[in-house]
Write a protein that binds this ligand. Sequence first.
Ligand code: NAP
Length: 254
Amino acid sequence: MILDLFKLDGKVAVVTGSGRGIGQAYAVALAEAGADVALVDVIPMDETAAKITALGRKVCTVTADLSKGETAAPAIIADVVKQLGGVDILVNNAGIIRREPFTEHSAKNWNDVLSVNLSTPFFLSQAAARQMIAQGRGGKIINIASMLSFQGGILVPGYAASKGGIKSLTMLMANELAAHGISTNAIAPGYIATENTRPIRENPARNQAILDRIPAGRWGTPEDLMSAVVFLASPASDYMNGHILAVDGGWLAR
Ligand code: NAP
């Protein structure tokens, strides 16, 4: 039956940046669909872990600085395999944004954003894909893109470059990994109410300009993204590879 294709029973999912915000919603959604979940973050993950335990699923937490993906990624995947027995789904959610005009944008802001948003997803995906290939049962990798995978934005050169890069990396990974039964796709959230977007929601002029452009007429919520991650993590999307799925209240249609 069609709804059975969305079930994740017996799967192990890894979600980065899952201590709060959108990452927490992704982790809970995957657990609601049946997966055991490994949480990865630098902040406490107790709240997310409690929600997953309450669903009767196994959970483990890995405290890691995702600005250092090259050295951290293999250890994170090894830790998850040790604690939960394997890796079937990876959601590269952790991301940061630094707002500063292009002409003043510091090297530190540029490097920090590129590290967390683009380099670490590359290294984590590489480590996870190696594990998935060794397991021999395929897998799902879901990157987190943005409206700025398609548009330039303002004041956020590092962020725009990282999210443009994530779109290209997603397509490259799809091309190389599909033969191993690993699907790579991305979710491109629209304007979602989280800590990340608090400064622009608190600026009345920016807030109104954004709302005026969203056909749905409201900011999105982390809950608006839960079904998309389950879809891309499940057999329901097995013939999707390299797709960037916008969940944006219609923003890109304007
Ligand atoms: P958020 O509320 O800031 O949450 C991001 C999480 O990632 C936080 O727990 C954060 O911890 C963690 N993180 C950041 N840097 C880390 C590091 N070096 N090591 C480990 N964990 C780290 O952000 P969000 O709004 O939920 O965004 C999640 C993803 O969606 C990001 O990739 C973002 O670019 C993307 N996105 C968001 C929107 C939106 O409108 N909110 C739109 C499009 C795309 P800290 O508290 O320590 O930073």
